[in-house]
Design a protein around this ligand. Structure first.
Ligand code: S3P
Length: 429
């Protein structure tokens, strides 16, 4: 396992960074372009390991995908011309690949088997398998198909109205993709707003869908046509440097071309509510996705309560928000976030174990965290537990610790942010 030791900051962070492309939009671009007829070019694609799993999945279904650094050229031949893979597909660590591809594979006339790494093999798949079966999907697998590996005996699906029981954009997207191949109409009603990239991007590929309140409706049998996509910067990656600059005294940082979709910008609202000095300006749109620059200056922070409807908007940012909360005056309470237990690790336990090891005072709750702020972090060792966002949280903690922080298992950061350490070096004074 690779280890890195990071020194505390001496004078803060400064300069300008452009974070890599958004992970969620990168996955969706590859999926939609691979199902489409014609050639699509994807630029600023995130070359993290998770998104490359989605690329490999479609290559094994026979789609020709050329890659030159962060540019992909995808030669789609339409859903009727996908091939049955001869070997199982490896989804690696990627929950988004697993959930979204399940919706695709369930409705294609192909037999496929898919598996993942140790972490993904523990994450719940029944949240997509159960509603897909209600559409007629033939899926088998471990523990009544609630865990990978899974097999898909692709069949003609029937459209269905789904009322989601979990707040999950992955489940929503999986069912909408299945709905694309199903007979009749499929609708998905969400428990609360989750990221809406699927609904925003599918129309660009020629798909007709309607969004009314929290219900999205899609007609089956539609054909996708190729489209170019420029992927905005990933706000979930930017979040690490937003917090880093907010909590490291003497910092002033600009993050360029960050995706500022309102279903993803909760980190900015939360940090502002805690007293952070952050300015954003939306200067352009790629497709329907707003893009802007984010300016952050260090400031003192106060604790906050984060709960309810806000949670899906910051679900991937909670580890780094917890670190920010260790530096705030007073207590921060995070509730309604039991979904954290089903991420790459149980992130409630991983955050508590790791932040307390380096001197913080954090308590676990069944559905969240209580962070007693205002203390000093001593430094020490953080174990990423193979979870990219826990590894990056540890790296940012080093900046404000008394002594260095050693991150064990740093390689997992390649899952979403391969250039993370070189970006951190670039902005250190
Ligand atoms: C994602 C949705 C979220 C998020 C994940 C990416 C997506 O998962 O945690 O990193 O691209 O749809 P859930 O929707 O399951 O919470």
């Amino acid at each position: 396992m690779a280890v890195i030791e990071i020194e505390p900051s001496k004078g803060g962070l400064s300069g300008t960074l452009e974070v890599p492309g958004d992970k969620s939009i990168s996955h969706r671009s590859v999926i939609f372009a691979s199902l489409a007829e014609g050639t699509s070019k994807i630029t600023n694609f995130l070359t993290g390991e998770d998104c490359l799993r989605t690329v490999d999945a479609f290559r094994s279904l026979g789609v020709e995908i050329e890659q030159d650094e962060d540019e992909l050229v995808i030669h789609g031949n339409g859903v009727d011309n996908l091939n049955e893979p001869l070997a199982p597909i490896n989804f690696g660590n990627s929950g988004t690949t697993a959930r979204l591809m399940s919706g695709v594979l369930a409705g294609l006339p192909l037999f496929t088997v898919a598996y993942g790494d140790d972490s993904l093999s523990k994450r719940p798949m029944d949240r997509v398998v159960v509603p897909l079966r209600e559409m007629g999907a033939a899926i088998s697998g471990r523990k009544k198909a609630s865990l990978l590996p899974l097999s898909f005996d692709g069949t003609t699906l029937r459209g269905k109205d789904h009322n989601l029981k979990v707040r999950s954009a992955q489940v929503k997207s999986s069912l909408l993709l299945a709905g694309l191949f199903a007979e009749g109409e499929t609708s998905v009603t969400e428990l609360g707003q989750t990221r809406n990239h699927t609904e925003m991007l599918l129309p660009q590929f020629g798909v007709d869908l309607t969004v009314k309140g929290s219900t999205i409706t899609i007609k089956g049998g539609q054909r996708l046509r190729a489209s170019d996509v420029h992927v905005p910067g990933d706000i979930s990656s930017a979040a690490f440097f937003i917090v880093a600059a907010a909590v490291t005294p003497g910092s002033e940082l600009t993050l360029k071309n960050v995706g500022l979709n309102h279903t993803r910008d909760g980190i900015i609202h939360v940090m502002k509510a805690m007293g952070a000095s952050i300015e954003t300006d939306i200067h352009s749109y790629v497709g329907k996705e707003p893009v802007g620059d984010v300016h952050i200056k260090s400031s003192t922070l106060t604790g906050a309560t984060i709960e309810g409807e806000m949670i899906p908007n910051v679900i991937d940012e909670i580890p780094i928000i917890a670190l920010a909360a260790t530096q705030a005056e007073g207590t921060t309470v995070i509730k309604d976030a039991e979904e954290l237990r089903y991420k790459e690790t149980d992130r409630i336990s991983a955050v508590v174990d790791n932040l307390n090891r380096i001197g913080a005072n954090v308590e676990a709750r069944e559905d969240g965290l209580v962070i007693h702020g205002g203390g000093t972090l001593n430094g020490g060792t953080v174990d990423s537990q193979g979870d990219h966002r826990i590894g990056m949280m540890g790296a940012i903690a080093s900046l404000i610790s008394e002594t260095s922080v050693i991150i064990v298992g740093k390689e997992c950061i390649n899952i979403s942010y391969p250039s993370f350490f070189s970006h951190l070096d670039k902005i250190r004074k």
